[in-house]
Design a protein around this ligand. Structure first.
Ligand code: ADP
Ligand code: MG
Length: 548
């Protein structure tokens, strides 16, 4: 770049890496596909788990696409965009993350082939846009209404989402818990039904089997009462939520108290005790019989609280304080002086129970009946954690199903129907865009193909079988991974909320077209850029070798 034949103008800083045109595109496509390949083998009920080891040596065993991508440390910029796909899918629906990522990778793979045939990226993007619109139209037509209060269907939707989690053995119990919890917190707002999953608290406790997982009408604190002398159980609880220490304030500056004779020492201690006693008196006066304190409680204060028959818990989590406030109607107060009867919340009962090796506090019969908790039990920490991820997916899909009232068939049934519709649609568009629409059709078949592959079935045979079933008008034919053949997915209760499949298509086609439009990568030094010569070895930084 010469300006008037003089000095070259340096626009980019030294050390900036730049890659343009086809090199940039193929680089981006390769990085994105590496991510999609990394999670592919986890798709579906027969998918494998991954063991992730972080820098500290902590281990996570999971099958959850979003979790895998959250844990691994991705460096390549376009690979990072794929991780975003999983994130947005997780935020919108809580499920379908692996599918969305795998689909993005496949859309890019076929786009790469078209690029090699000198089809311009703009044409590919145009075709993909048309294809995704048609795909969503097709999905909407395939969708079936969920009748209000149809718990059996909701249960099957929960089961389908948990099919691929290690929780699958005890899906029955968990599905019941999930449906009960979500229907309990569902609210009618005008004509709509809305579910706020924040109303469902999840507590984990290791020990006991998955079958001991239960739903509680109220809130659970992973805390025990601070003093043995306190009642274990308080009926008609009047709850004070206090965000202040029930301790005598230590002075800010390092003060020294000069005590010259023993009576002075006694007087000093008496004064401290008096102050704590006053605090307890204030609580007693408000009418509270339960104190949940976000900070510490001094031993002497504990003693006086116990004497007054008040149940107290200390160092409660902020998030639990908020949940308690919502559930019991109590106001969190920061200053004891202002505490009145009006600030107290109510609950039918508060009780300390022994769960496994530990003691927990159960607050039930809350003022707000929409507060429910799920207590997850499992033999080990890893089991409990993976159960929680499974529950997260199941809660999300049941929420979405209740809110939208629409479902589609899983097991690759919807994907196959979409591929068929796109192949019919492509010639009507014509031109080079037709090729992109056909590429989209091929790409979306990755779902039944991968489900088959992961179940140890021959993907070629299965694809021939599933296509022929759809040609015969069997709209809901999908891969029955258990029986190893093509079956009606509705009959086998493999069903998913419409929103999950919809979001998979929207998120993946948006990400794929966004990546395709890039033909210039300018990465500043250390920006994890795109060095020439294909996929850098560090493109998937934190992943230990041999993990994929
Ligand atoms: P994702 O992160 O995309 O949800 P999963 O590992 O949960 O990935 O797998 C979801 C896929 O598994 C969906 O396509 C779903 O329809 C399919 N699936 C779930 N249960 C079955 C089943 N019993 N038979 C066939 N496919 C199933
Ligand atoms: Mg899933």
């Amino acid at each position: 770049m010469m300006a008037g034949g003089q000095q070259p103008i340096i626009v980019l800083k030294e050390g900036t890496k730049r890659e343009k045109g086809k090199g940039a595109q193929s680089n981006n496509i390769m990085a994105a596909r590496a991510i999609s390949d990394a999670v592919k083998s986890t798709l579906g009920p027969k998918g494998m788990d991954k063991m992730l080891v972080d820098g500290m040596g902590d281990v996570v065993v999971t099958n959850d696409g979003a979790t895998i991508l959250k844990e691994i440390d991705v460096e390549h910029p376009s690979a990072k965009m794929i991780v975003e796909v999983a994130k947005s899918q997780d935020e919108e629906c809580g499920d379908g993350t692996t599918s969305a990522v795998v689909l993005t990778g496949e859309l890019l793979k076929y786009a790469g082939e078209l690029l090699e045939q000198n089809i311009h990226p703009t044409v590919i993007c145009g075709g993909y846009k048309l294809a995704s619109q048609k795909a969503i139209e097709t999905l909407d037509k395939l969708a079936i209404n969920i009748k209000q209060g149809d718990k059996k269907t909701l249960r099957n939707i929960a089961m389908t989402s948990m099919a691929s989690k290690s929780a699958s053995a005890e899906k029955d119990i968990l599905a019941d818990v999930v449906v009960e919890a979500v229907t309990k917190v569902a609210e009618k707002v005008g004509k709509k039904t809305l579910v706020d999953l924040d109303n469902i608290q999840i507590q984990k406790k290791q020990g006991g089997g998955i079958q001991n997982t239960e739903i509680i009408d109220g809130i659970i604190l992973d805390k025990e009462r601070v003093h043995e002398g306190m009642p274990k159980n308080v009926k008609n609880a009047k709850i004070a939520l206090i965000n202040a220490a029930l301790e005598v304030k230590k002075t800010e500056v390092d003060a020294r108290i000069q005590i010259q004779d023993p009576t002075q020492l006694q007087a000093f201690l008496d004064e401290e005790e008096g102050m704590l006693k006053k605090m307890v008196a204030k609580i007693k006066k408000s009418g509270a019989n339960v104190v949940i304190c976000q900070k510490g409680i001094d031993d002497i204060a504990q003693h006086y609280l116990a004497k007054e028959g008040i149940f107290a818990v200390r160092r409660a989590k902020k998030s639990d304080m908020e949940k308690l406030s919502k559930a019991t109607g109590a106001k969190v107060i920061a200053n004891l002086d202002g505490l009145t009867n009006k600030d107290l919340g109510t609950a039918g009962q508060i009780e300390e129970q022994k769960i496994g090796e530990d003691k927990m506090t159960f607050i039930t019969g809350c003022k707000n009946p929409k507060a429910v908790s799920i207590l997850i039990r499992g033999t080990t920490e890893h089991v409990v954690d993976e159960l929680e991820r499974g529950l997260h997916d199941a809660l999300s899909v049941v929420k979405v199903a209740i809110e939208d009232g629409k479902m589609t068939a899983g097991g690759g049934a919807a994907a196959t129907a979409i591929a068929m519709a796109l192949r019919d649609y492509a010639p009507t568009v014509g031109g080079r865009e037709q090729m992109a629409i056909e590429a989209f059709a091929n790409a979306i078949e990755i779902i039944p193909k991968t489900l088959s592959e992961n179940a140890g079935l021959d993907p070629i045979d299965m694809m021939l079988e599933i296509r022929s079933a759809h040609k015969k008008g069997k709209k809901y034919a999908g891969i029955n991974v258990i029986a190893g053949k093509v079956d009606d997915m509705f009959k086998h209760n493999v069903i998913e909320p419409l929103r999950v499949s919809r979001q998979e298509i929207e998120a993946s086609s948006e990400a794929a077209t966004m990546i395709l439009r890039i033909d210039d990568i300018i990465a500043s030094k250390g920006g994890g850029g795109a060095p020439a010569g294909g996929m850098p070895p560090g493109a998937m930084g934190g992943m230990p070798p041999g993990m994929m």
